[in-house]
Design a protein around this ligand. Structure first.
Ligand code: ADP
Ligand code: MG
Length: 373
């Protein structure tokens, strides 16, 4: 299962002659690329030293595209041409979305076989958007490794069906990436923790990302993983914690009826505050709105936890259900792996530890662990 950087026998050591393979976590919120260097896996950073690439693509004027942080920043001013969360749409049809599509800010085409979004560069499918993200990661990896990639392992959620898997492969093909295999995300996380050569038994992977919660029950025997059950909530993630804090700021500062720009500003400050409270006991949020009104709030970690504890509690139901579907009791679980940036929050760690009666595995970076595997 390891991703090897293989030097062909008889080849010189010139870097462009190495065979370069990478692992890609094509996430709903963020994507990453990792490779194996001198025997251990590491994520590859961009020129500014950031390993995560926001999974956002903007179709700009003059056939130009922006991907990642630039696109994320532009989303407020150019929402119709800036596509995020394409992973929620890939391999699906408008009929699959039905109730959900009106929450999304895009202009959907009428194609019934594949979802299309109208942009200033014409109709784009989730495959096109994912291909842009993959292209950006491919370029990053090729620059860092000094040669053309020969192959990639791409991770997908364990619950992805054949159409969603095929569409992910199609996206890779559009960028000229040779897909060595698709690997289930929870399996990748378990591999990153070295469980494939260390243990036998049943493990739970608890993955709280930006917009989705996924739980998987994996059974490992003789070095092979079997996904026994999956579950989760496709509308629960770190974003909901941002939103709860945002609502609290509105109440505390007696604000209502914010325009789009001010809402986006406060929401991004709420997200930053949430992340700060993972390390700090309190943080201050200050802003001046477009009409001159001021926001000035100090929030403690305890207050934030009280505001969002119900969201943490909501993740436990699907965990129970997955255990039930897998036919195992929580006492039989050998280890719990924490995945996803939102599992950094101490009260999430605490809730999982309390439920399982054991400390979860969390010493790898939760947002890197899938790519590393
Ligand atoms: P996805 O798998 O959906 O692409 P990630 O695993 O990258 O997403 O998780 C993104 C979420 O993790 C965001 O909601 C982000 O705010 C949250 N996050 C990242 N770092 C922290 C932190 N230090 N504390 C709390 N939440 C964090
Ligand atoms: Mg993820």
């Amino acid at each position: 299962m390891a991703l090897l950087q293989i030097a062909e026998p008889g080849m010189s050591a010139a870097p462009h002659q190495h065979r370069l393979a990478v692992g890609i976590d094509l996430g709903t919120t963020n994507s990453l690329v990792a490779t194996v260097k001198s025997g251990s896996a590491a994520c590859i950073a961009d020129e500014q030293g950031r390993v995560t690439l926001p999974s956002v693509v903007r179709y700009c004027e003059e056939a130009r595209t922006e991907t990642g942080y630039d696109a994320l920043k532009a989303q407020k001013i150019d929402p119709l041409n800036t596509i995020s969360s394409a992973k929620r749409l890939i391999g699906r049809t408008l009929a699959d979305l039905k109730q959900d599509s009106h929450y999304l800010p895009y202009r959907f085409g009428s194609n019934e076989r594949i979802i299309e979004m109208q942009t200033r560069q014409g109709a784009k499918t989730p495959i096109d958007v994912s291909a842009e993200i993959l292209r950006s990661l491919k370029t990053r990896a090729e620059n860092a490794l000094g040669g053309e990639l020969t192959g990639a392992v791409i991770t997908v959620p364990a619950y992805f069906d054949d159409a969603q898997r095929q569409a992910t492969k199609d996206a890779a093909r559009l960028t000229g990436l040779n897909v060595l295999r698709l690997l289930n995300e929870p399996t990748a996380a378990a591999i990153a923790y070295g469980l494939d050569n260390a243990s036998e038994g049943t493990f739970v992977v608890y993955d709280l990302g930006g917009g989705t919660f996924d739980v998987s029950v994996l059974q490992l025997s003789k070095g092979l993983f079997e996904v026994k059950a999956t579950g989760g909530n496709s509308a629960l993630g770190g974003d909901d914690f941002d939103h709860r804090l945002f609502c609290h700021l509105l109440e505390q500062n007696k604000l209502s009826q914010l325009n789009e720009q001010d809402s986006q500003l406060l929401l991004s400050l709420a997200r930053a505050a949430k992340e700060a409270l993972t390390a700090d006991n309190s943080t201050t949020i200050q802003a001046v709105l477009s009409d001159g009104r001021k926001v000035d709030s100090t929030i403690t970690r305890q207050e934030f936890q009280n505001l969002t504890q119900h969201l943490v509690a909501k993740t436990i139901e699907p965990v129970k259900q997955a255990l039930k579907d897998a036919g195992v009791t929580k006492a039989a679980i050998k280890g719990v792996i924490m995945v996803g940036g939102a599992t950094r929050m101490p009260h999430v760690q605490q809730a999982v530890a309390t439920y399982f009666g054991q400390t979860p595995l969390n010493n790898l970076n939760p947002d890197e662990v899938v790519a590393l595997g």
